[in-house]
Design a protein around this ligand. Structure first.
Ligand code: 6PG
Length: 239
């Protein structure tokens, strides 16, 4: 299964099955694999689809699970990316706790940014001083943010840290996020972008328009060159 840079699917189900086939082949070729999960709504459908259709088609026990970002809430909170992944993917698949490395959203954001950075350093290979993930999954907000790097914080693009504590520009919610340098040092990055609310930013970013530089998602450009955008029809309608 090969992916091109921009892949558009008629439905989220077809997007997910293509992604899952690609992931399954990739994981089968490795002894172990590390994935940073994205948050928000899109992954929940994808997680449910994977559990329903790919439980026995992917070697899940090889995978170590991380997060690209987390809301600073308790792990039981409805807003928690960890809770969503546990309920919809990790518990149903029986992923062992030893393979789950959550961001502790209940703790002080700055302290947790430091702690999680150390978790990444301690459990992932370090390449040129940066923890290297095999795969980072990203979503994109309607404002062009990705992970929890928001348009009002383009200064974070130059962060030399592994994780940063930030606040959501509208809700003021505290977040912990991996930085762009960690994203761009990953071996592979896959954007999972769905919904008509993304269409405008998708067109600007994939079209290389000048004002795409206002949006953090534009700056995802892994040095490995392995960047794949997966859109549903709503997010990237045919011209
Ligand atoms: C989060 C995410 C965030 C998300 C985008 C897209 O914690 O909210 O990590 O970056 O991926 O906001 O979210 P949807 O897929 O729900 O539109």
């Amino acid at each position: 299964m090969t992916l091109t840079t921009h892949n558009t699917f008629p439905s989220v189900a077809e997007l997910t099955s293509t992604f899952a086939d690609w992931l399954g082949e990739l994981v089968a070729s490795k002894d172990s694999f590390s994935i940073a999960l994205s948050g928000g709504r899109t992954p929940i459908f994808i997680f449910d689809y994977l559990v329903a259709n790919y439980r026995d088609k992917i070697e899940w026990q090889k995978i170590k699970f991380y997060w690209g970002d987390e809301r600073c809430v308790s792990p039981e909170d409805a807003e928690s990316n960890y809770r969503a992944a546990m309920e919809h993917l990790l518990l149903p698949l029986g992923i062992p706790a030893a393979n789950i490395f959550r961001i502790q959203g209940e703790d002080d954001p700055e302290d947790e940014a430091l702690r999680y950075a150390q978790v990444l350093r301690d459990t992932l290979p370090i390449v040129n001083g940066v923890p290297k993930l095999d795969l980072v999954l990203l979503g994109m907000g309607a404002d062009g943010h990705t992970a929890s790097i928001f348009p009002n914080r383009l200064d974070l693009l130059a962060s030399a840290r592994v994780c940063e504590a930030v606040t959501h520009p509208e809700s003021g919610q505290s977040r912990v996020t991996i930085t762009m340098q960690v994203i761009n040092r990953a071996e592979r990055v896959v954007f999972l972008v769905t919904g008509a609310d993304k269409t405008e930013k998708v067109k600007l970013i994939t079209g290389g328009k000048q004002n795409a530089k206002l949006f953090p998602a534009t700056y995802v450009n892994p040095s490995s060159g392995q960047l794949y955008w997966l859109f549903d029809q709503a997010a990237n309608p045919k011209p």
